[in-house]
Design a protein around this ligand. Structure first.
Ligand code: NOJ
Length: 743
């Protein structure tokens, strides 16, 4: 096949050239060929049916095919054995690494390090593209405030700003500066939108999100990803206010494309077009196809709705061919942007680039930056002069599969370095007494306790590796009980009773409710699921060779019943104070509503560990913030400056966090909102001046679905080490032009 649009232009193609090639190509396509481009199938090898579909032009992209030879053979069918030779795109859920697995995204969020997240995505793209995967369904940008929801693991936590920043970093890492380079992957901002708001934290559940809240809380990370050039989006399974995303024209067309100017590709979620039938939004698959096409879903992932019905819908005039053309244009544009017309094949000479020393090193550093020191009563770092024997206990000490966490499809667990292996390597096998006590996290038996207790008694220190198996979080893996599963808390109690100091290290897919465990551990390290290099990363931290710098990307509840819990809540008219907890209430106490405030009788108020919190082996002191003006107009910037000093004895990294509060608003505003952060290293005694600039955009909020404004009035601003500390400075925003009428 010849034609300008198949010529080798590669990275030099401008958007205008791509668009003209797209138009040219569409002009040469039959309706059937167009519809084929919109169909995405799951791979099943170089199989006759798949070959047939490709030769018929009935498939435009394939997910889950990871053998580079098969990828090349299937691609050859598309390029050489179809009329127009349009290449396929191969896609995969490469969520936190391909073969070299990085911490789960929630763990990466705990690093509060944009560069690290970008580097992890770059490594993932290099490895995955080396087998031909040029499209990943990541990053997940769903704000998650309910830890029951298993997919909290896959995102960057509860905060809109942190998620936006890290989402952009991940997009950049996957796509680099030149998406047409063969070692990149197209990113996919998902799930658009509101999926993390699933009622009661049960996956796929309904949401009711007023548009102001949608725009305020759930959409900004997607807007940021679109602005950063994310090549694709995926719509979500859920409905918002009764409309499933796959049929939501307001969201997919009016907001995403018309308002934000997104010109990339929108893929459905797996079967989500078809699922509008059980939702009760479509009577049958044909109607679902028409609704999705109208809403702006370009690619049908595994619903078979477009391939089965679009032709008839066009013939019957229910979907216009122009509409089909606009969907196809988005698919072709992506193929040009990826350089697939020039470079459709995997270069077998450099295929399967996995586990390079650099990749493993980056994964280890990611673990080191992602682990959070939640408590330390002096048990850490491990003092080699006193600790001769270490008891390594717990179901997660040697769990090469589970330490990788959810969405580790391509994990080869023989490459996982477990904490046990790393500790044995560092301290010598003979100094480690390994007794798991429980063989997996959900196990309820106490059969192994006696041996574990005996090991603890013989040791100078217990390292207790607790947590959740990988399968207890992730898609459709939601829990109502957020405590440590199985008998892990009981085992912890028994270990603590031995008197040997206990360090509890938790690997999990969500923040667990640890209220009843905190007092039974002398130190607590939280590392979510760390991936391939969990063992070496943790071991370096426990030994004190690397300092902790992870900070909570979510609020940790005390008890399960507190969720959803998040720091940037709104105040009630009766904020918590004078709390009388359940044990303090006298029998038959008088019943009155006078003086009552907003808290739980059994959990009090607030989280166990707040958003942004994390300890270090050193301490940091903050001066009060100094502001560049105490009065600004709504269109002015404000500088906020403070000095952070390392007041301890060792070097460490701190995350300075900028928060604001708008005290009085037309619509009430949260008690604090993150507006900036900076992570930096300080030597003992060293200070650093931290400067943030608050722009009008940082101070504005939606007062209606279509109005975003900065309101005059009093604001507070903090630079602090977490969302619950620090002293604020206050300033006023005064109306730029005095409103004469209101004087
Ligand atoms: C369903 C998940 O919701 C989505 O995130 C994923 O990308 C697709 N399946 C494809 O595996």
């Amino acid at each position: 096949m010849s034609g300008c649009c198949l010529s080798t232009m590669g990275a030099s193609m401008t958007d205008a050239q791509i668009d003209s090639c797209v138009v040219d190509m569409i002009g040469r396509m039959t309706l059937a060929e167009k519809i084929g481009q919109l169909n995405q199938l799951s791979g099943y090898g170089y199989a006759p049916d798949m070959i047939g579909s490709i030769r018929d032009g009935a498939v435009g992209s394939i997910l889950n095919e990871t053998d580079p030879e098969v990828v090349n053979k299937l691609q050859r069918e598309a390029v050489e054995n179809t009329r127009l030779g349009i290449p396929l795109i191969f896609a995969r859920d490469v969520i936190h690494g391909f073969r070299t697995i990085f911490p789960i995204p929630l763990g990466q969020a705990a690093s509060w390090n944009r560069d690290m997240v970008e580097e992890g995505a770059r490594v993932a793209a290099d490895e995955a593209s080396s087998v031909g995967i040029r499209w990943t369904f990541s990053p997940m940008l769903d704000i998650a405030r309910d830890a029951r929801w298993g997919r909290m693991a896959e995102g960057f936590g509860e905060d809109t700003y942190l998620t936006s920043e890290l989402g952009v970093a991940m997009v950049k890492g996957y796509q680099s500066d030149d998406l047409s380079a063969p070692n990149t992957m197209a990113a996919c901002a998902k799930h658009f939108a509101g999926y993390g708001a699933a009622e009661s934290g049960r996956d796929y559940n309904t949401t009711w999100i007023p548009e102001i809240q949608l725009r305020e809380t759930y959409l900004p990370p997607f807007k940021a990803a679109s602005d950063a050039g994310a090549a694709t989006f995926m719509c979500s399974f859920n409905d918002i206010c009764g409309v499933p995303s796959s049929g939501n024209r307001h969201l997919l067309q009016e907001i995403l494309r018309d308002e934000w100017g997104f010109d990339g590709l929108m893929v459905s979620d797996w079967g989500s077009i078809q699922q509008m039938i059980p939702h009760g939004y479509s009577a049958d698959l044909s109607q679902a196809a028409a609704q999705a096409a109208d809403a702006g879903v370009d690619v049908d992932m595994e619903s078979y709705a477009y391939i089965s019905h679009l032709n008839d819908l066009v013939t019957a005039g229910k979907v216009s061919e122009a509409r089909v053309d606009s969907l196809v244009a988005n698919v072709l544009r992506l193929k040009y942007r990826l350089g697939l017309f020039d470079n459709p094949y995997v270069d077998m000479a450099t295929a399967s680039r996995f586990y390079t020393a650099g990749n493993l090193d980056a994964a280890r550093r990611a673990v080191e930056e992602s682990a959070i020191l939640l408590k330390n009563a002096g048990a850490l770092p491990i003092d080699k002069s006193k600790v001769k024997k270490i008891a390594v206990i717990g179901p997660m000490a040697d769990a090469p599969y589970d330490q990788a966490g959810t969405w580790s499809f391509d994990l080869e667990k023989s490459h996982s370095v477990t904490p046990l292996a790393a500790l044995e390597a560092k301290y010598g096998k003979k100094n480690i007494i390994y007794v798991p006590g429980l063989t997996f996290s959900r196990q309820c038996t106490t059969d192994g306790f006696a041996k574990a207790v005996e090991a603890a008694q013989k040791a100078d220190l217990v390292l207790y590796f607790a947590g959740e198996e990988a399968v207890l979080s992730g898609e459709a893996h939601c829990r109502t009980d957020l405590t440590l599963p199985g008998a892990q808390s009981d085992l912890l109690k028994e270990l603590h009773a031995t008197g040997t100091p206990v360090v509890m290290v938790i690997q999990a897919g969500r923040p667990l409710a640890l209220r009843d465990d905190v007092d039974n551990a002398d130190a607590i390290v939280y590392c979510f699921h760390g991936g391939t290099m969990t063992g070496p990363g943790l071991t370096n931290l426990l030994a004190g060779e690397v300092n902790f710098s992870g900070r909570c990307p979510v609020s940790f509840p005390r008890m399960s019943g507190q969720v959803p819990i998040y720091y940037n809540r709104k105040n009630t008219g009766r904020p918590a104070q004078g709390m009388t907890l359940i044990d303090e209430i006298p029998l038959e106490a008088g019943q009155t509503s006078t003086g009552c405030t907003s808290y739980y009788l059994d959990a009090g108020d607030g989280p166990l560990f707040p958003f942004g919190y994390g300890l270090s082996y050193t301490t940091f002191a903050y001066t009060d913030p100094v502001i560049s003006a105490t009065e600004i107009t709504p269109d002015e910037n404000l500088k906020v400056i403070c000095t952070v000093t390392n007041t301890g004895a060792v070097e460490g990294a701190e995350v300075a966090q900028l928060y604001i509060r708008d005290h009085v608003g037309k619509l009430i505003r949260p008690v604090r909102e993150l507006r900036g952060f900076e992570k930096f290293n300080l030597k003992p005694g060293e200070s650093r001046q931290v400067t943030f600039t608050l722009t009008p955009d940082d101070l504005a909020f939606f007062t209606s679905p279509t109005t975003r404004e900065v309101e005059p009035g009093e604001f507070s601003v903090w630079i602090s080490s977490d969302s619950n500390s620090g002293n604020p400075a206050t300033f006023n925003i005064v109306a730029a032009t005095p409103d004469v009428a209101s004087r």
